[in-house]
Design a protein around this ligand. Structure first.
Ligand SMILES: [Zn+2]
Ligand SMILES: [Zn+2]
Length: 338
């Protein structure tokens, strides 16, 4: 049984996406790097597709990540917009809906292909995942597959064991070297032009969600003022705060889930199982289980290991929207070795 890939070479498929060929990205391989290229990349993430010199790979690209920094600073906007029950409920609902999309679709579908669905629903799940503001499905899956291949080794893009907590939590995301999609890992997904489009213009869906929260707040203020909300307030709570909390909760799986918790299986990485992390990430906290057998749809292997994402996916299966969910083999359930 092929369970852990840690013994394989990490550098075999570490090629990064430089456009995937002229047919889909005419700027691929352009050696000129203008000062405004990072700004263009806010809108077209493939525009800055030239190779990054290795000595710069670990440095933050501050101009490129300015919107990411601004999103964090915008949380202070709550001092001006105040709060209302409907604003907090919106933030909570968007957190849960988008966390489900990150774990159920970006992780368990696009990264590990643990179930099947139709092409149309695959695209809709990708759009749903893109609302989380965690880049496109190819970028997310490519880096995650690389993490599994090289977990907690030097080449791991976000290992707290190798590179410390800050790097594993968010340093790697804002670095120049991890901006491009890892092409060699996602050739199966790149066959779908609609997914490639979402990956290239990865700020479009988040921008539409931000506009929707603002517009809904303005409509509520005009038609139902008794709710006590407005456009700026619903934008700050529903988009800004919800997205920032969602981001850090997701990143805890890259950082804390390799540091805090118990180890059931003797994997060659430092992955751990944590109920607390499972609660805030809808089931992703059973990370040691997942590293031991990553192709199963469920990550809580036993009934007491809470895995709400799996419950949601079972519901989608009952509705006929997805199928062929991959189980945890009985042999694995019997291997409580560590
Ligand atoms: Zn991991
Ligand atoms: Zn995974």
């Amino acid at each position: 049984m092929r369970i852990c890939e840690a013994e394989e070479r990490c550098d075999e498929t570490s090629e990064t996406w430089r456009g995937g060929g002229a047919a889909v990205n005419p700027t691929a391989g352009n050696p000129r790097r203008t000062w405004w290229a990072p700004i263009v990349a806010w809108f077209d993430s493939w525009a800055a597709s030239e190779p990054v010199p290795s000595e710069e790979a670990d440095r933050p690209d501050w101009l490129r990540v300015a919107p990411f920094v601004a999103l964090h600073l915008a949380c202070f906007g709550v001092l001006w917009v105040g709060w209302s029950p409907v604003a907090i409920a919106t933030a909570g609902a968007l957190y849960l809906l988008r966390m489900f999309a990150v774990t159920g679709f970006y992780h368990r579908y696009f990264s590990h292909r643990t179930f099947k669905t139709s092409r149309l629903r695959q695209f809709l799940f990708a759009v749903w995942g893109a609302t989380a503001v965690q880049r496109g499905p190819l970028w997310w899956a490519g880096h995650h597959r690389h993490h599994h291949r090289c977990s907690d080794r030097e080449e791991d893009p976000h290992s707290p064991i190798q590179h410390g907590f800050y790097w594993s939590h968010m340093g790697w995301i804002i670095s120049k070297g991890n901006f491009l999609t890892r092409r060699a890992y996602v050739r199966d997904l790149a066959k779908f032009p609609e997914l490639v489009l979402l990956d290239r213009f990865d700020s479009l869906v988040p921008a539409l969600l931000a506009l929707a929260t603002y517009g809904t707040g303005e409509l509520l203020a005009a038609w139902w003022p008794e709710f006590g909300t407005n456009g700026p307030q619903l934008f700050v709570w529903g988009f800004v705060i919800s997205t920032v909390v969602l981001f850090h909760a997701t990143c805890f799986i890259n950082s804390l889930a390799h540091l805090v918790g118990k180890r059931r299986f003797p994997t060659q990485d430092h992955s751990r199982n944590s109920l607390l992390l499972a609660l805030i990430t809808l089931g992703e906290g059973w990370h040691n289980n997942h590293h031991y057998y990553p192709t199963a749809t469920r990550q809580g292997f036993y009934w007491w290991e809470i895995d709400p994402t799996y419950w949601g996916l079972k519901l989608l299966e009952k509705l006929g929207l997805i199928w062929d969910l991959r189980p945890v083999p009985r042999k694995v359930l019997g291997e409580r070795l560590a």
